[in-house]
Design a protein around this ligand. Structure first.
Ligand code: PLP
Length: 263
């Protein structure tokens, strides 16, 4: 817990000009959960509910400097990474974060629902080799888990195998393979941690307004870690937050409206 009595969380992520995903969603989530949110901006996206029309990356030095400057003053109780965009930013973030030991959630954001590529292909090996060994938790959706594990994921058994394979091969302390992209009447996420498996279930909510889903889940886990929760408890509490955020998502725009962590 923070030396100030107020937990401090950081998101290291991209700005969504449409306000639905990325650092915007993370900061809303932190605020809703009573955690002070700080931010290291990696990239600015020109984005709405259906497309990303521009990606403007920050310099790697600017990203590292934001982390260092906040840490030096306020301290950081837990952090997450979201959109890291390119290999130089991944390398700078990994190098900076190795200096500190606060819990780190890595959301290995690769492609947005609109199809935009938020992490270049040549950055994935740097993410795996340099950032994942520092991760307390990595939170891939099933396409990302397939990419990280080299396995095909069709159901729960595959998700369990992939979660273990990701932990064993990358050195991340835990992996949460999310089931939102798999069909079924429930959304089931699988956590592999300390040699054990946990499952987190919620009824599937029928809506197209799911922009920012992964961001809010990983931000909520980060907020609960900043408050001192143990990992499985943090994931359980965050699953409830994302379920309600989807239930009360906002019908805005021509595409996928944003989930609503303020609900
Ligand atoms: N834009 C930014 C800046 C993001 O960080 C993310 C996800 O992390 C997205 C967009 C993707 O949002 P979604 O795939 O939920 O539409």
């Amino acid at each position: 817990m923070s030396r100030w009595g107020i937990p401090v969380a950081m998101t290291i992520a991209g700005i969504d000009s449409g306000g639905g995903a990325g650092a915007n969603a993370d900061l809303k989530t932190f605020a809703a959960l009573g955690v002070h949110g700080t931010v290291a901006v990696t990239s600015v996206t020109a984005q709405n509910t259906y497309s990303v029309t521009g990606i403007y990356d920050m310099s790697p030095e600017a990203v590292a400097r934001q982390i260092e400057t906040v840490y030096e003053d306020m301290g950081i109780d837990a952090a997450k990474t979201g959109m890291l965009s390119n290999r130089d930013i991944v390398h700078a973030v990994a190098t900076e974060l190795k200096k500190y030991d606060f819990p780190l959630v890595v959301d290995p954001v690769m492609v947005a629902k609109s199809g935009a590529q938020l992490l270049r292909d040549d950055a994935i090996d740097v993410l795996v080799k340099e950032l994942l060994p520092r991760a307390t938790l990595v939170t891939p959706n099933s396409p990302e888990a397939e990419r990280l594990s080299g396995m095909t994921i069709r159901g729960l058994e595959d998700a369990r195998r992939a979660a273990k394979a990701i932990v064993d091969s990358t050195g991340a302390a835990a992996a949460l393979v999310k089931g939102g992209h798999l069909g079924g009447s429930e959304s089931v996420d699988v956590l592999y941690y300390n040699g054990s498996y946990w499952e987190f279930r919620a009824p599937r909510i029928n809506t197209e307004d799911t922009h920012g889903t992964g961001d809010v889940l990983s931000a909520a886990i980060t907020a609960f870690l900043a408050k001192g929760f143990q990992l499985p408890d943090a994931v359980r509490a965050a699953k409830d937050v994302i379920t309600e955020s989807i239930r009360y998502s906002l019908r805005l725009g021509k595409g996928h409206g944003p989930v609503n962590p303020s609900a």
